[in-house]
Design a protein around this ligand. Structure first.
Ligand code: F6R
Length: 364
């Protein structure tokens, strides 16, 4: 049942305000600013490091969470893709938490990586959408993301729900380790409660995103750029686009531009720049100007202030509401998903069942 949408992917993108609210409620009780995990409680003051492992979109959720755990909880974090991690024989130091993120809970490489950590890590925690799955069952603690069944092969609502749960886990770690003040924790709690309404506002930008996507559908290659929390999201945006529109896309850290990819820029190269008006904004804008100086066509995704400051000469803008800087990857996932969706629709590809892809990868 597509609930009036043309594709499951469109329905699942549109569900995000509701399911993300559900995910937030599962760890943030209404009357409190403190994160309270369902099931067994974890004490991050007894842990020194975090190892996160996943594949694909779930891996980009882990890369995003690395920024949160480092900045908010001051914890060293290692992140890897499961197919590399499992064969590398990585040492797992004492007082480590091993964290596995998987929508299906059945991804073969992620499950093998989990088994590798058994008996080595202090605790094995998973963040899953299917509570009965193998990965959930073999974890000490499985945190559900509450996304509901995801049918579109390209992951959308599972990604934003994974991010919401991972951010709350990082806030729990910050509270346990005393690395954020009560005021900072309360700010994050308030921001999380406001997130579903910001996601609704992002969805209302559908028309301007469709116009930008119409232009993208003519491209052979597309670059996505971002810094900080927007860097993993740039890679996720590129993955979404290549999966369903078959347009070649790459996500890069903006600061890497001049170390290679700038050679690709010409008038045929659209560049999607994810740039909320945060502390890194000016740096990203200067990279964006380097793109425009070489006639690259920029699609700028930013908030009111960012667009007012930087829109001169850009090809298209996509306007996001302002949110707390920690929450931008969850919000900016929506335009990344909608850009890929509308580009694929414009090209007439099979959005829900892209060629060569399976929803659950149970063989390595
Ligand atoms: C991308 C996508 C895949 C999955 C990956 C991991 O849109 O859906 O990259 O994210 O195959 O799957 P799970 O999360 O089920 O382990």
């Amino acid at each position: 049942d597509k609930a009036g949408h043309k594709h499951y992917m469109a329905k699942e993108i549109a569900e995000q305000p509701v399911v993300v609210a559900e995910a937030i409620r599962s760890c943030l009780p209404a009357a409190s600013d403190r994160i309270c995990l369902p099931g067994e409680d974890l004490d991050f003051s007894k842990l020194d490091r975090l190892t996160m492992v996943a594949c694909g979109t779930a891996f980009y959720a882990c890369l995003t969470a690395k920024y949160w755990f480092e900045r908010l909880a001051k914890m060293p974090v290692e992140v890897d893709i499961a197919s590399e991690f499992r064969y590398r024989e990585p040492p797992i130091p004492e007082r480590s938490l091993a964290l596995f993120v998987s929508q299906s809970g059945e991804t073969a490489d992620t499950l093998a990586a989990l088994r590798y950590c058994e008996g080595k890590a202090d605790k094995i925690v998973s963040v899953v959408n299917v509570p009965e799955s193998s990965i959930a069952r073999e974890s000490d603690l499985a945190l559900p993301i509450h996304a509901g069944v995801e049918i579109g092969v390209a992951s959308t609502k599972a990604f934003t729900c994974q991010l919401a749960v991972l951010l709350m886990l990082a806030l729990k770690a910050a509270a346990d380790r005393g690395t954020l003040t009560d005021e900072e924790l309360a700010d994050h709690a308030a921001a999380l409660r406001g997130l579903p309404s910001a996601l609704n506002t992002a969805l209302e930008q559908d028309n301007s995103i469709r116009v930008a996507a119409q232009r993208l559908s003519e491209a052979r290659d597309v670059l996505f750029l971002g810094r900080g929390l927007m860097y993993p999201l740039a890679m996720e945006g590129a993955l979404k686009l290549k999966e369903i529109s078959y347009i070649h896309a790459e996500g890069y850290a903006s600061g890497e531009l001049k170390h290679g990819p700038i050679a690709l820029i010409d008038k045929n190269m659209p560049v999607v720049v994810m740039a909320p008006r945060d502390v890194l904004f000016d740096k990203t804008v200067s990279n964006m100007q380097e793109v425009m100086a070489r006639k690259g066509k920029v699609i700028l995704v930013s908030d009111d202030e960012g667009i007012a400051e930087a829109q001169d000469g850009v090809w298209a803008t996509i306007r996001m509401p302002y949110v707390h800087p920690s929450l931008t990857p969850i919000l900016y996932a929506v335009p990344a998903q909608l850009l890929a969706y509308h580009t694929a629709v414009a090209k007439g590809t099979d959005v829900d069942q892209p060629r060569n892809l399976a929803k659950s990868v149970t063989v390595e």
